[in-house]
Design a protein around this ligand. Structure first.
Ligand SMILES: NC(=O)c1ccc[n+]([C@@H]2O[C@H](COP(=O)([O-])OP(=O)(O)OC[C@H]3O[C@@H](n4cnc5c(N)ncnc54)[C@H](OP(=O)(O)O)[C@@H]3O)[C@@H](O)[C@H]2O)c1
Length: 247
């Protein structure tokens, strides 16, 4: 397969890129950190030559279009696209700013859309392709201290649900990935105890294995994420009793 992964310079995206490359696939690895991408590209190990650096900034539409054009030119056809680039910054209630919301939405929501639009057109013309959108369990329901991050991820879940039937009708598989806590630079910032936090490699393996199935949603670890799914059906009065305790 030929695979494009955004947010591949660190964390979950980097691990997923390595796993696919080790399995013999060609991976176009995108992010802003060119040094990290080049290091993956030039690695002389078991996946040597199978990772291609495709730097971009998902907040810059021209940068996304340029990178995607190069990828299409380099290797046809593309089979799988994993839109994983994400941004998270914990901010206290008193420090919330418009800039914080704008930055979060620009990477997590608009950044996905900037990549998604050209990919949908390309896969529609090609009449096949698989797109995976990395959202989060924090998009299931509003959680304290995650107003910007959680709402950006909730928007991705809604967007994926909305697009799924039309993707199917155009022979495009659409998957939604909702991880629980995973060790990465992103979660390093959290000062609280993160239940059932997973190693990055374990999460990457769940993603690679899960994307082999036709399931719409991949969520893990289930012993954590199924509890959060249960929270979705709680009435507000009871839900807020629970979330008040998280403050
Ligand atoms: N870790 C968790 O517990 C967890 C849970 C649920 C969902 N997620 C989601 O999983 C995804 C990966 O996160 P992670 O945990 O692996 O964190 P991470 O190590 O911080 O990875 C984030 C990736 O996104 C890239 N990125 C950020 N801003 C970008 C931009 N403007 N343009 C292009 N790339 C950009 C980063 O690369 P550069 O800085 O080089 O650009 C990096 O490769 C995110 O969407 C995150 O929301 C994570």
């Amino acid at each position: 397969m030929n695979i494009w992964i955004t947010g591949a310079s660190s964390g979950i995206g980097e691990s997923v890129a390595r796993l696919y490359a080790e399995a013999g696939h060609t991976v176009f690895a995108s992010a802003r950190n060119q040094d990290a991408l080049k290091a993956m590209e030039s690695a002389s190990n078991e996946y040597a030559g199978r990772i291609v650096a495709a730097p971009l900034d998902v907040t810059d539409n021209n940068s996304v279009i340029d990178a995607f054009e190069k990828i299409k030119h380099d290797k046809n056809p593309l089979d799988l696209v994993i839109l994983n680039a994400g941004y998270y910054e914990p901010v206290e209630f008193a420090d919330l700013t418009l800039e914080h919301f704008e930055k979060t939405y620009d990477v997590n929501l608009r950044g996905v859309v900037r990549c998604l639009i050209p990919v949908l057109k390309y896969f529609t013309e090609q009449q096949h392709g698989h797109i995976a959108i990395v959202s989060s369990v924090s998009g299931f329901r509003g959680l304290p201290r995650a107003a910007a991050y959680g709402s950006s991820k909730a928007a991705l879940i809604n967007m994926a649900e909305s697009l799924k039937p039309e993707c199917n009708a155009n022979s495009i598989q659409l998957s939604l990935i909702n991880p629980g806590f995973v060790k990465s630079k992103l979660t390093e910032q959290n000062k609280f105890n993160m239940p059932f936090i997973m190693e990055t490699e374990d999460a990457a393996k769940r993603i690679v294995d899960g994307l082999e199935s036709t399931a719409f949603e991949l969520t893990f670890p289930k012993r954590f994420t199924y509890w959060l799914k249960l929270f979705r059906i709680l009435p507000y009065w009871l839900y807020f009793v629970v979330t008040k305790k998280l403050l």
